[in-house]
Design a protein around this ligand. Structure first.
Ligand code: BES
Ligand code: ZN
Ligand code: ZN
Length: 493
């Protein structure tokens, strides 16, 4: 999608036009005839949020009415959903161009509508031979939106697009070595981003027992990718206190390229769509790239353990005891609880080698997270990071990538104790599966402030939802990006 910021004459516009209408600003001249205006008024007497379509053949006018008196976040979410409706109509038969006229609406309202257009227009087309239709060019007409703001958003949306592509790619076309190469080649072209790709030999010499165990059943090698972007040093405009320490935020992402469950093989339908089990890694790489694209003054390190989980001849087995990177021993109770094994090594590696201000994980970690809150948000936990979690929740509400905080009470620790090792990778009970997974990870963060995001419910939708087509959503990128922007403003230590 191409975006141009340009003022237009909405009344005489020759092309598809969206007109955003939030409230009745006195004297505003609308691109409507008297009869059309009456129809809008009659509808607005009954409800505030609707899309009305008027013929301007061969074009259409999409009149998007919304209630600007609602809470900003709700109002914006409704605008994203309205944008989705418009996209479906615009692209029903052919590719389309459209202009979005903000009238007197706020910069954020116009920007969120365009965000909705962008997110809704995405579909995974790579293997479709008869191409689907898309919105090609968007002209944005807003009194308040600034060109550099729109351009920064474009770059963020582009990263979301790529995240969704990666997550949608089947493992046949995106193995751990392929994904690592792809990230390295992007990093090579990006100013200020460095990338280290570790292969099996290097992972062996690091003694990452968790990642190696999960990889044992696979024919493809594992990878451990470390991306770094230091926007504080680069910009030289970090606050004094922060510049001195310049501790990074470490972003750890689960990169299970496909999760068969391993020897505890997933039954029935549970295996389908497990190509999306690397969404955490894709999310974290995308956040780091977006921060670099837009020169955010933050110091980030993304740590991405990658492998698939398969029941090969040499696959790790239940009862195996694995020694992890930090020396912790773990009894494997269930080979399908593989995510926490590869993440734990990466978390311990981050804590030991980077002295991070904060570690955040993103992982499609537990089916229990989906059962707890369905597909409408992230299950989140923290250890020693209460303030950062509060901020994350706040920005989550703002960008409508929401999270629910789960408790980390010490009583849960009992559930992951083992008789034969320091920990076990799964519990014996069907209870609190999301929390016990979070607890397992938190062990490896030790004293480092730690936030865990279980994105199992939101990373990949099996049915189209809101403005997302079926498949990968990129959910979490906007959240973490907004968190990093806010983090800079607040100078949270
Ligand atoms: N990748 C799955 C979790 C998952 C399930 C993600 C559904 C997205 C949708 C994870 O590796 C897994 O299999 N977890 C098990 C853990 C159990 C064996 C303790 C689960 O949730 O059943
Ligand atoms: Zn699994
Ligand atoms: Zn998994």
């Amino acid at each position: 999608m191409n975006y141009t910021l340009e003022s237009i004459d909405a009344k005489n516009y020759e092309g598809n036009l969206v007109y955003l209408y939030g409230d009745e600003v006195a004297g505003r001249s609308l691109p409507l005839s008297r009869k059309e205006m009456d129809a809008v008024k009659a509808r607005r007497d009954k409800e505030r949020d609707f899309v009305m379509v008027f013929d301007r053949l061969p074009y259409h006018l999409y009149f998007v009415s919304f209630d600007s008196e609602r809470k900003a976040t709700e109002c914006q979410e409704r605008l994203r959903c309205a944008a989705c409706k418009v996209v479906k109509m615009l692209t029903a038969d052919a590719d389309a161009d459209v202009a979005v006229s903000g009238g007197g609406t706020l910069a954020e309202e116009v920007a969120t509508f365009v965000e909705g257009l962008t997110l809704a227009d995405y579909s995974f087309d790579r293997y479709i031979t008869r191409q689907r239709h898309h919105v090609l060019n968007v002209t944005v007409d807003s009194m308040y939106l600034k060109a550099d703001e729109l351009e920064a958003s474009e770059r963020l949306w582009n990263r979301i697009f790529w995240c969704r592509e990666w997550v949608n790619l089947p493992v046949q076309d995106l193995t751990a070595p392929m994904f690592a190469d792809e990230l390295a080649s992007i990093a090579a072209d990006l100013d200020g981003v460095s990338c280290t790709v570790m292969d099996r030999k290097q992972i062996e010499s690091l003694r990452m027992g968790g990642l190696l165990a999960v990889n044992r059943g696979s024919v493809d090698e594992p990878r451990f990718v470390v991306l770094e972007y230091d926007g504080v040093r680069k910009q030289g405009r970090g606050r004094a206190k922060k510049t001195q320490a310049n501790k990074p935020i470490c972003l750890v992402g689960k990169g299970v390229m496909f999760d068969t469950g391993g020897l505890n093989i997933k039954p029935g339908d549970y295996m389908s769509e497990m190509k999306s089990d690397m969404a955490g890694a894709a999310t974290m790489a995308s956040v780091l790239f977006a921060a670099a694209d837009n020169h955010l003054p933050v110091h980030l390190v993304a740590l991405l353990p990658m492998t698939d989980n398969r029941p090969g001849g040499n696959a790790y087995a239940p009862d195996d005891i694995v020694t992890m990177y930090d020396g912790t021993t773990v009894e494997v109770v269930n080979t399908d609880a593989e995510g926490r094994l590869i993440l734990a090594d990466a978390i311990a590696y981050a804590a030991k080698n980077y002295d991070p201000e904060l570690i955040i994980t993103a992982a499609t970690l537990t089916g229990a997270a989906v059962r707890a809150i369905s597909t409408f948000g992230i299950a989140a936990m923290e250890q020693n990071a209460a303030d950062a979690m509060t901020m994350l929740r706040l920005v989550g509400d703002q960008v409508y990538e929401r999270l629910v905080q789960f408790p980390m009470w010490s009583e849960y620790d009992e559930m992951i104790k083992s008789d034969y090792a320091d920990l076990r990778n799964s519990t014996m009970s069907p209870q609190a599966g999301t929390i016990t997974a979070g607890k397992f990870l938190a062990h490896f963060a030790d004293k480092t402030p730690f936030i865990h995001l279980d994105i199992a419910g939101v990373a990949y939708f099996t049915k189209a939802q809101q403005y997302y087509n079926t498949g990968a959503s990129g959910y979490g990128i906007r959240l973490l990006y907004a968190f990093l922007q806010m983090h800079d403003m607040m100078n949270v230590e």
